[in-house]
Design a protein around this ligand. Structure first.
Ligand code: ACO
Length: 365
């Protein structure tokens, strides 16, 4: 048995391919670099879902369906008790998941649209409530990214900010058989429905070894403070057995291509003075020091920067609080979870692996 099922093939998919040795990600035949350069969120939704439902799918109709679904889903926010401790005290991703659980299960495109629109409405609403502000109604005429940022801050976002969030949502839309996607496929294989698959996937995503790392990346940046402190601070963390957040990956043995895509996406926001440019300089200094230290201390284990590192800078610059980063990840990855769930339901069998019993045997009578 391989611990962590490393290298075990558990599904065939036409959705995405992660080539860890080459540092390459392909989504439905398009390389990530090309996809980020040419696509908005709605384009990648159409790309991933095309052919998986009976209905015709194109980016323009996805945009209007998502807009209408966001507006309809706001009823769940209006119906919620704004003083409910489950909304106010839970981490934002957990509060968002609690609201998601109210959406009925289904297997059609309308269910998929609802599930992609729901976290986009619920996360900004939860963040505003937790901040003592009233949630803002969705605007169906905006793109999903533009509306998320508007519902978060109450202001119409700049072109650079909307493009930055689009680049993020496209970059993280799908990524092979990662833990949350596998969870989604397992649930889908029982024919439980898309809401159940997405809830399972959100639950897998929130762990710090999966999608919960970018918040701690910012804590690390704050801890280091100045570029000249980087090596000493990181050495101290490694001496105490800590992992450097935003580095290492189960599949990539070279640089995570998503890190570069996000680094490119965040530059216009910083270059136009919409975020503190010193933050990028600090991040680059920490990255260089971390890579040098990891190579010295783990010469046999190639450890490079992963997607979470520049995610942290980008989402911070877009105004998301760090405790919400996992929830934003879920907004972007939901389309991938749905695509895999549909692929599994259409083509796959019930997933039911075996375990090897290594416990005690019953005593003879
Ligand atoms: N910092 C320091 N050491 C590390 C790091 C790190 N970030 N990552 C791995 N190592 C070390 C481990 O301590 C281990 O050393 P050992 O053999 O001496 O015990 C060795 O490298 C191998 O580590 P594994 O646990 O086998 O690596 P695995 O493939 O299971 O883990 C993971 C990958 C979980 C991403 C890991 O690199 C990690 O914890 N990184 C930090 C958290 C992080 O950035 N998570 C986001 C991942 S991206 C995503 O999921 C979207």
């Amino acid at each position: 048995m391989k611990s962590g099922l490393e290298d075990v093939v558990a599904a065939e998919t036409k959705l995405s391919d992660v080539d860890g040795a080459a540092g390459r990600l392909i989504i439905r035949g398009v390389s990530l670099d090309d996809l980020v350069a040419t696509s908005r969120y709605e384009d990648v939704v159409a790309l991933l879902l095309d052919g998986l439902f009976d209905a015709h799918i194109d980016a323009a109709s996805i945009r209007s369906q998502l807009g209408a679904a966001r507006v309809a889903l706001f009823a769940h926010v209006e119906a919620a008790d704004p003083a409910d401790p489950a909304l106010l005290a839970l981490p934002p991703v957990d509060a968002m998941r609690a609201l998601l659980a109210r959406i009925e299960d289904g297997d059609d495109l309308a269910s998929a649209i609802r599930l992609m629109a729901a976290p986009a409405v619920f996360l900004p609403a939860v963040l505003r409530l937790q901040n003592g502000d009233m949630p803002i109604k969705p605007d169906a005429s905006l793109s999903q990214s533009g509306d998320i940022l508007r519902m978060l801050s109450g202001r119409v976002p700049t072109t650079e900010q909307t493009a930055g969030l689009d680049a993020y949502l496209v970059t993280i839309s799908d990524h092979g058989l990662n833990a949350s996607t596998f969870a989604s496929r397992v649930i889908a294989s029982t024919h439980a429905g898309l809401t159940s698959s997405v809830l399972a996937a959100v639950s897998a995503l929130k762990g710090p070894l999966h999608g919960g790392a970018p918040g701690p990346v910012l804590d690390m940046l704050d801890g280091v403070g100045k570029p000249e402190n980087a090596r000493a601070w990181l050495s101290h963390a490694l001496d105490h057995g800590e992992r450097l957040m935003g580095f290492g990956h189960r599949i990539y043995r070279v640089r995570d291509p998503r890190a570069d895509a996000l680094k490119t996406a965040l530059k216009p926001i910083f270059a136009s003075g919409q975020a503190d440019a010193g933050r990028i300089a600090l991040a680059e200094a920490i990255e260089a020091a971390a890579l040098a230290l990891l190579r010295e201390r783990k010469p046999d284990r190639p450890l490079d920067v992963n997607v979470e590192y520049y995610t942290a800078l980008l989402l911070d610059a877009l105004g998301f609080p760090r405790n919400a980063f996992t929830g934003v990840f879920a907004i972007g990855r939901t389309v991938g979870w749905i695509a895999h769930a549909r692929e599994q339901t259409l083509d796959g069998r019930l997933i039911r692996p075996q375990s090897r019993y290594v416990g005690p045997l019953p005593k003879a009578a």
